[in-house]
Design a protein. Sequence first.
Length: 284
Amino acid sequence: MEARASSEVLQAFAALVHSGIEDERIDMLRAALTFARIEYPHLDSDPYVSQIEALARRVSEKIDDPGDPAQSIAALNYVLFDEEMFRGNTADYYNPRNSFINDVLDRRLGIPITLALLYMEVARRAGFQLFGVGMPGHFMLKHYDIDGRSYFIDAFERGSVLSEEDCRHKIESIHAGQITLHPEFLLIVTRRQMLTRMLNNLRAIYLSRRDFRRAVQVVDLILVIYPRSPQDVKQRAALRYNLDDYKGALNDFEEYVKMAPDASDAEEIRQTALGLRRSMARMN
């Protein structure tokens, strides 16, 4: 049985993130709502886009000076966290529903990266530009004011504003001192990188639950963004094999060897593909 995301979801996602679209023009919200169709095949994105737009109008009404970052942050925090009660799901952090933006909007619960997506999409529509910051183990946001000064915002902590020193303490706390802050940890990420991180989170959750069917759908979507990723092709091969999709697994194993002929495991994968091809021939 072939294991893959539905062609309709793949086509819809590709239409939003394909390489011909400039990164800054990617519609993050609709892309996230599209990959939520892994879990909700008949999801209608429009009501959720309308919710974000309505939240942004309420935020805009509270901003008198769009050039004052503190005022914009205060308005965002008041609407999202005081009025709407969005919050981090610390009680059930690894629930896959925390990774779907429709569920975040329905339940008012999320993880750092989905709350960051919510925050930045509302902010953008209210005229406040934010960028993602992919620290290891914790996703945050960054704003540059007109003088080039940067503000770090933690949507998981009710929109708190952090200094670089605060970020250092946070990363050391998260990793129990095993990881220290490096300057590159505070660099902004692209929209494609942010979407990929969201998908990687979801893949890890499905793998931990041994839900290989949904995991392979996630890898399909990652490969829409980065089609030349050998490691993702190899993992999809293993997932397809576990799902008895031997034809798909063989194609991926052989594609991996073509993409990474000098990889340390290339010969092992080549022999695996050869053995699988022989087994399939005996089945026929």
